[in-house]
Design a protein around this ligand. Structure first.
Ligand SMILES: NC(=O)c1ccc[n+]([C@@H]2O[C@H](COP(=O)([O-])OP(=O)(O)OC[C@H]3O[C@@H](n4cnc5c(N)ncnc54)[C@H](OP(=O)(O)O)[C@@H]3O)[C@@H](O)[C@H]2O)c1
Length: 182
């Protein structure tokens, strides 16, 4: 199972602008890129707070929302059958279950709490990080907490528009493993 983290941040490393609704500070090209990558992967995992800001399942993708109280969301699951699932499974169990059901990659789409939950178990394989050319007042960064150093290699980068950069990182150990297995 491969986990891709997909996030957008400002020059000063913030992922949410104070007093502003989610993503209204980021570019149209980033939104398009987000849509394309996540639709190609086909399945997104997010925290309950991120889901509540989005307000409804992302179209043409299976949505999995982590919450301590999945039973509170039965109505949503009924309303959007087969589009959205709420779960309190630990990340590694969730990923194993998805793999058993035939999925071999997922997009992790935030927020920082859920990103840290996956990172602390070393479950993030690749990162697509957009850097928007703005400095904003914000309170959150990509991870809520980080306990040790995790190393990534820059696999690729491209401009999404004149001023917005997309960085693609791969976990370093994965690369070494791959090279070693050649
Ligand atoms: N710029 C970007 O790319 C980007 C992307 C995504 C989100 N965001 C921003 O991130 C913000 C939200 O981030 P956040 O860190 O506050 O919240 P979050 O990660 O979206 O969601 C946190 C929630 O996840 C659930 N959760 C936490 N640990 C869990 C566990 N071990 N098992 C099951 N469920 C668990 C809890 O839900 P319950 O309280 O229901 O138990 C918790 O309140 C949003 O405001 C959004 O704007 C930005």
């Amino acid at each position: 199972m491969k986990v891709f983290l997909i996030m957008v941040q400002s020059i000063n490393g913030k992922i949410r602008m104070s007093g502003n609704e989610q993503r209204s500070w980021s570019s149209k090209e980033d939104m398009e890129n987000f849509q394309k990558i996540t639709q190609d992967i086909g399945i997104v995992i997010m925290g309950r707070k991120t889901f509540q800001e989005i307000g409804k399942p992302l179209k043409d993708r299976i949505n999995i929302v982590l919450t301590g109280t999945p039973e509170k969301f039965n109505e949503y699951e009924q309303k959007y059958r087969k589009e959205i699932y709420f779960t309190d499974k630990p990340p590694e169990i969730l990923l194993r279950n998805l793999e058993e059901n035939g999925f071999n990659e997922v997009a992790l789409i935030g927020g920082p709490t859920i990103n840290s939950l996956f990172l602390e178990k070393d479950l993030i394989d690749e990162i697509f990080l957009t850097i928007e050319p703005v400095i904003i007042e914000g309170d959150l960064s990509v991870f809520k907490y980080v306990n040790i150093k995790y190393e990534f290699s820059l696999k690729d980068f491209k401009k999404l528009n004149e001023n917005t950069m997309l960085l693609h990182y791969v976990k370093k150990n994965n690369e070494i493993k791959k090279e070693g297995s050649k």
